[in-house]
Design a protein around this ligand. Structure first.
Ligand SMILES: C[S@@+](CC[C@H](N)C(=O)[O-])C[C@H]1O[C@@H](n2cnc3c(N)ncnc32)[C@H](O)[C@@H]1O
Ligand SMILES: [Zn+2]
Length: 361
C-alpha cells in the first residue's frame, strides 16, 4: 500500500485484530498533522539530527513520514510488524534502527534520549506514559493518540476514574471534557519527572483524540503550569458551564455537576498552529480543515456550545451557526467555530448573551 508516496507492507481493507500487521488508513490525518507539528517544533529548537522514537510503529509508516526530520528509531512487539518495517525501509530507501521489544522496554532503555516520541497504541496511551516521560529529552515534543474515548466521554465513568483518576461528564461537549482529561493525565505524568508538558496542538477526530505538546525539563515552569489543573462545572438545567469548581449555576442558580480533575488551559497554541498552517500542503484538505478549525478556536477556553442542544433546552428554533457567530462577534466577544462538531460554537460570551443572540436569529 501507499501513503503520501511512501510504500508500506500492510493488509488491504479495514484493519482487523487478527491482521499480521496493523495499518489503519483512517489515521492519515493523524500522521499528516503529526508530521507538520514535528516540523514546526524542530524548526524552533534547531538540533542537528534529532532522535525520533516510534515505539509502536506497526508497518513503520509513521516513522517513515518523519524520515527527513532526524534519526529514526522504530519498534514493535510484533515480529511480523518488524519484518514489514524492514521491507518498507528498503523499499523507500530509508535508514532507521528497528527493535522488537515491548514499547516500555524500548523507551526505558533510552532515558532523556528522544527529541520527538510518537505514542500511537491501541486504546489508551496511559500504559506508555511513564516510560515516555523518562525517554523524552529535556527539550522535546510528544504526540499521544487515544482511541478509548468512550471512557473519558462518560459512557464508562468507572473505567475513566480507574484509568485517569478523573470524573467525566456525558453531555453535548463530552469530547472536549475527554480531551481535557487526557491532557491532564499527560501533564501529571511528565510533572513527576519535573518535566512540563504544554499542549501545542490537540484535536478530536473520528474515533480518536490526539494530544501533542512540548516537553521542557523545568520545576519552575511545571509549578507555574499547575494552575491549569482543575475542575469543570456544568449546569444540566440550563447548559451553563465554566472551567472552575463552582457549586451553584451562575445563570439559573441550580446545583451544578463537576468533571475532573482536568486541564483548564488552552488546547492549542495559536502561534504554533499558525506556523503549522504555513507548512501544511494545500492538497492535504481533510487535515488542513482540522488544523484551520483548531487554530480558529485556540485562544478561547470556555467549553464549546452545541447550538442544537442549547436550542432544544431553551425552546428556541435552531439558528444558523454563522449568524450566531457574527452576532456575538459584533457584540465584541471572542467567538469561533469548533473542530469538535459542525453545530458547535466556542465563545467566552456569557450564556445569557448566547441565548439572546440565538433568540434573535
Ligand atoms: C495502533 S497500532 C500502530 C499503528 C502505527 N503507529 C501507524 O500509524 O500506522 C499499535 C501497534 O503497537 C504494537 N503493540 C501493541 N502493544 C505493544 C507493546 N506493549 N509494545 C510494543 N508494541 C506494541 C502492535 O503490534 C501494533 O503494531
Ligand atoms: Zn443553570
Amino acid at each position: 500500500m501507499e501513503e503520501r508516496g511512501l510504500k508500506i507492507y500492510a493488509p488491504e481493507g479495514e484493519p482487523k485484530m487478527d491482521d499480521k500487521v496493523f495499518f489503519n488508513k483512517e489515521m492519515l490525518e493523524n500522521r499528516d498533522l503529526s508530521l507538520i507539528a514535528a516540523q514546526v517544533f524542530f524548526e524552533k529548537i534547531d538540533i542537528e539530527d534529532p532522535n525520533i522514537g516510534d515505539p509502536l510503529t506497526g508497518t513503520g509508516i509513521r516513522g517513515l513520514r518523519y524520515a527527513e526530520l532526524g534519526d529514526l528509531h522504530l519498534n514493535d512487539a510484533n515480529p511480523n510488524a518488524v519484518e514489514a518495517v524492514e521491507k518498507a525501509l528498503k523499499e523507500n530507501n530509508v535508514e532507521a534502527s528497528v527493535e522488537n521489544k515491548d514499547a516500555n522496554v524500548f523507551l526505558s532503555g533510552k532515558p532523556g534520549y528522544f527529541h520527538f516520541i510518537d505514542v500511537d497504541p491501541y486504546g489508551p496511551f496511559t500504559p506508555f506514559l511513564d516510560s515516555t516521560a523518562r525517554a523524552a529529552n529535556y527539550n522535546s515534543f510528544v504526540g499521544l493518540t487515544a482511541t478509548d474515548n468512550s471512557a473519558p466521554t462518560g459512557s464508562y465513568p468507572t473505567v475513566c476514574e480507574r484509568r485517569y483518576g478523573s470524573k467525566p461528564l456525558k453531555n453535548g461537549f463530552m469530547h472536549e471534557t475527554a480531551m481535557r482529561i487526557y491532557i491532564k493525565e499527560a501533564f501529571q505524568n511528565f510533572a513527576r519527572y519535573d518535566k512540563c508538558f504544554e499542549p501545542k496542538f490537540c484535536y478530536q477526530f473520528k474515533h480518536y483524540t490526539r494530544v501533542m505538546g512540548r516537553v521542557t525539563e523545568s520545576k519552575k515552569r511545571t509549578n507555574k503550569a499547575l494552575k491549569n489543573i482543575g475542575y469543570l462545572s456544568y449546569c444540566d438545567e440550563c447548559g451553563w458551564r465554566k472551567l472552575e469548581r463552582i457549586q451553584e449555576c451562575r445563570h439559573c442558580g441550580s446545583e451544578v455537576e463537576h468533571a475532573g480533575p482536568l486541564w483548564t488551559g488552552k488546547i492549542a497554541d495559536s502561534r504554533f498552529t499558525e506556523k503549522m498552517l504555513e507548512k501544511i500542503p494545500e492538497e492535504w484538505e481533510s487535515s488542513k480543515d482540522i488544523l484551520e478549525k483548531v487554530h480558529a478556536e485556540s485562544e478561547i477556553v470556555t467549553p464549546f456550545y452545541d447550538l442544537h442542544e442549547l436550542a432544544s433546552r431553551h425552546d428556541i428554533s435552531v439558528p444558523k451557526r454563522d449568524k450566531v457567530i457574527e452576532a456575538l462577534d459584533k457584540k465584541g466577544y471572542p467567538v469561533s467555530r469548533t473542530h469538535f462538531g459542525p453545530t458547535g460554537i466556542r465563545t467566552d460570551a456569557p450564556i445569557e448573551d448566547v441565548i439572546e443572540v440565538m433568540n434573535e436569529k
